[in-house]
Design a protein around this ligand. Structure first.
Ligand code: NAP
Length: 510
């Protein structure tokens, strides 16, 4: 099935998008990967109603997807619980082989998977392909980690006893994911969960269920047993009732959520009643600090990469730019030049596009509100500043920014780059740490002592030193403060899905 879009946005720098919509955009993804039913217990299941999935660039309907409710969520939890009995007892090597096969299929179908991401979330195709490879890397990584989940044999204080610490899967995990990485936020959790021997029920965001369902199709093709991986898409209207089942059902042992801090708090409260294990990957408000000793060209490249990826809609996007007085003018001039030279607005499927639309008009409204608030408090717009047709935003550079402005106090989730000038390291750290969230932070300096001082002092879970893009399956991902609980990826990610059981073997005659 190929959905057809009827509007066109020609890639161009900053000015408003052309009113005339000349081209048609076609999703054009091979049939088996464009799934629209829920995937429960290894079967494709229709719900009583459907909800539309839209291309955020054009508003065009891409597909109608089964709108699951609490009944389907409950069936999925029960299917996962049944499947867990044998999946948890399969050998680590058996689970590893299936995860690897799933990874291979993702790579084989990477172009179709990338098109799905671009059409349902608006991200440029090059970035979507990057997401598919990043997403698949978690299946590969955890297929390898599956075989290395060692327990411990601990020296005992008593001669007649041996102490064993066993790693065991927690059980059924509910996986609730956002729209901004419709594939990777699923595999980063599910790879670890399945490797540990857990089974899962995934609830993708309303905006982006197609990538999740395509993953289910490939899981089926890979031979992941029925019930081990379930997907229950639903509309925003049904989300609270589906969330209630996924967070409160006694058969669910673990909730792993990625999304906003506000929603994370709701789910934490729901989890409390039955005392479930939780992982929370929540919002960020990353500081990006450029010191006088920085390589300014490198800092500009880092700023472009960390700010404008996915049009500013990533949780690790730099949100507050702090630039020391000695390099401020040079940094601003070069950054403005890079924005003019590199940023092209347009439909994500156009090869020249670097800036797709924001996910919806609410997201664009939020950025517009932050810009007008900043201007009303004395900020200067150096680039962009306007909302364009649909949910497109001009990439915007603000100077003369102060810490009382909204854009420095809350996540923008859009292509807004506000710059604060500072004089001392203490001043920069005080501003950087003044947030109640702490996911990522970026530091640009050539001074080794400063690198250590600032890295240790920053209240975040991830620090990029002279780097704007950091995420990789081999390293931890996660935040401090209200950015969440737990870590994904790396050798630690699998522990989020394991219990440690202490076995005391007594009465030994040794
Ligand atoms: P969101 O509104 O919190 O939604 C995330 C997911 O939670 C969606 O699937 C949503 O479903 C679901 N949800 C909302 N209310 C729920 C409820 N009562 N019960 C169960 N599920 C519920 O976040 P978003 O706007 O999609 O994503 C952007 C946010 O995610 C940003 O703050 C960003 O920083 C954060 N994020 C964090 C990370 C990280 O790793 N730390 C990564 C990516 C994004 P619906 O779609 O149906 O509303």
């Amino acid at each position: 099935m190929a959905a057809v879009c009827t509007r066109s946005f020609l890639g161009r720098v900053l000015p408003p998008l052309p009113a005339a919509m000349l081209r048609r955009y076609s999703l054009d993804v091979s049939a088996p990967l464009l799934r629209t039913q829920a995937y429960v217990g290894g079967r494709w299941v229709s719900a009583a109603s459907v909800f539309p999935v839209l291309d955020p660039a054009t508003g065009q309907e891409l597909a109608r997807v089964s709108d699951c409710g609490p009944a389907e969520a409950k069936q999925a939890v029960e299917a996962a619980h049944r499947a867990g009995r044998s999946w948890s007892r399969d050998t680590a090597k058996e689970r590893s082989v299936l995860l690897r096969r799933w990874f291979d299929l993702m790579i084989q179908h990477k172009d179709d998977l990338a098109r799905l991401i671009t059409f349902e979330c608006g991200k440029p195709l090059r970035e979507s392909l990057g997401e598919v490879l990043y997403s698949a890397s978690f299946l590969e990584w955890f297929s390898e980690e599956a075989r290395r989940t060692y327990g411990d044999i601990v020296p005992s204080p008593a001669k007649d006893r041996k102490i064993f610490l066993l790693k065991q899967p927690v059980g059924v995990a509910s996986i609730i994911t956002p729209w901004n990485f419709p594939s990777a936020m699923i595999t980063r959790k599910v790879g670890a969960a399945l490797a540990a021997g857990c089974t899962v029920v995934v609830k993708p965001a309303e905006d982006t269920p197609l990538s999740a369902l395509a993953l289910a199709e490939l899981a089926q093709q890979a031979g992941i047993p029925p019930g081990v991986f379930n997907v229950v898409p639903c509309s925003r209207e049904k989300t609270p009732s589906v969330g209630q089942v996924l967070c409160c059902d006694p058969l669910v042992a673990k909730i792993s959520f990625t999304g906003s801090t506000a929603t994370g708090k709701v789910l934490l409260k729901l989890a409390a009643d039955t005392v479930k294990r939780v992982s929370m990957e929540l919002g960020g408000h990353a500081p990006f600090i450029v010191f006088d000793s920085a390589d300014v060209d490198r800092a500009v490249a880092g700023a472009m990469a960390s700010k404008f990826r996915n049009s500013g809609q990533t949780c690790v996007c730099s949100n507050r730019f702090l630039v020391q007085s000695g390099v401020y003018d040079r940094f601003m001039e070069k950054l403005g030049g890079a924005m003019d030279a590199e940023l092209r607005i347009g439909h994500g499927s156009e090869p020249q596009t670097t800036q797709g639309p924001l996910i919806n008009s609410r997201a664009a409204d939020k950025v517009v509100h932050q810009i007008s608030d900043a201007v009303s408090r004395g900020a200067t717009v150096l680039k962009g500043g306007r909302r364009l047709e649909g949910s497109y935003m001009e990439p915007t550079l603000l100077a003369d920014v102060t810490t009382d402005m909204l854009c420095t106090r809350e996540e923008s989730f859009g292509p807004l780059l506000p710059v604060i000038r500072f004089n001392t390291e203490e001043e920069a750290l005080a501003i950087a740490n003044s947030s109640n969230v702490g996911l990522a932070g970026y530091v640009f300096t050539q001074d080794v002592s400063q690198i250590w001082r600032v890295t240790e002092a920053l209240e975040v879970g991830i620090v990029g030193v002279n780097e704007g893009l950091l995420s990789t399956a081999e390293a931890t991902f996660g935040g401090v403060k209200q950015s969440g609980l737990g870590r994904e990826g790396s050798k630690y990610g699998i522990e989020e899905y394991q219990e440690v059981k202490y076995m005391c073997l007594g009465g030994l005659q040794v």
